[in-house]
Design a protein around this ligand. Structure first.
Ligand code: SF4
Ligand code: MG
Length: 285
């Protein structure tokens, strides 16, 4: 495999107009722009519309269980930390079942990139509210007049508070910025999170392309912007409504998980002669 054959012949089964098409195009362009060896690149996804992306990109790839892309990506990274490891999935997958994994991956600063397709709904299971659905969101499972009564999770805030070292928000309607954010996130040495705003044209008729277009604002142009300041990043993360900042919120460098462990820092597990180690004793009661 090489950069020129990143495409596969499978035809995506996403609905016409789905934001996932913009994300897959951006991902392919980001990977191609970095000229990565696709034989050394692994994409791990969970379950959901977003997670199907691993079926359509010609890296090494695995579609795992619901919410479990990050622990699988962690295992891959720890076995061979010379690989480029990307995890990907939706807001339901990552912020629902996957939430515990998200927090622990962030605080450990695994050198993994995590792209979250955030359409504020469960698409594959036909339109339930997700952990990122706005208050009052009306679905067939949260009917009017109340709609959703649960406070939404703000992925950027959550990533910043959990200790992610690269935190950004992109929007499929701004592909140039999204490609750049995805490429920067993949290059970042540490846990890099990109919250990607992605309309679900079939089940979310509120957070549509025009809804986002009217609100997104490139963060670089906003007064007080400073991606080296966690406090500033958190204050921008609090904006969700009339203005939704998109771009790089925060970036810092601290040792990654494998760099912090002497057992891993010099050689990956794959390079160590672990085949000769008798591990059967570990498996006895
Ligand atoms: Fe996309 Fe929504 Fe259709 Fe899923 S249900 S493929 S997220 S438009
Ligand atoms: Mg979703």
């Amino acid at each position: 495999m090489s950069a020129h054959d990143i495409n596969l012949s499978y035809v995506p089964t996403w609905c016409a107009g789905c934001g996932n098409y913009g994300i897959i195009n951006a991902l392919k362009k980001a990977l191609t722009s970095l000229n990565l060896d696709l034989e050394q690149t692994v994409l791990a996804t969970g379950i959901g519309c977003a997670s199907k992306i691993s079926q359509y990109v010609n890296t090494y790839r695995i579609e795992t269980l619901h919410g479990r892309s990050l622990p699988v990506a962690t295992g891959v990274k720890l076995a061979n930390h010379n690989l480029t490891v990307i995890a990907e999935g939706g807001d339901g997958d990552g912020m629902g079942l996957g939430m515990g994994h998200f927090i622990h991956t962030a605080r450990r600063n695994l050198d993994i990139t995590y792209f979250i397709h955030n359409n504020q709904i469960y698409g594959l299971t036909k339109g339930q509210t997700s952990p990122t659905s706005d208050l009052g969101a009306v679905t067939k499972f949260t009917p009017a007049p109340l709609g959703n009564v649960e406070q939404p999770i703000n992925i950027v805030k959550m990533a910043l508070n959990a200790g992610a070292t690269f935190v950004a928000r992109g929007f499929v309607g701004n592909s140039a910025q999204l490609i750049s954010l995805m490429a920067e996130a993949i290059k970042h040495p540490g846990f890099a999170v990109v919250d990607i705003l992605q309309p679900c044209v079939t089940f979310n008729h509120v957070n549509t392309y025009p809804w986002y277009q009217q609100r997104v604002k490139v963060i670089d142009n906003m007064e007080g912007y400073d991606p080296t300041s966690l406090d500033k990043a958190l204050s921008f993360a609090g904006l969700w409504g009339e203005q939704i900042p998109i771009g790089l919120y925060y970036r810092t460098i601290r040792p990654t998980f494998h760099e912090s462990l002497p057992q891993l820092s010099e050689q990956s597990l794959m390079q160590q002669k672990i085949d000769n180690v008798d591990i059967t004793g570990l498996m006895k009661e």
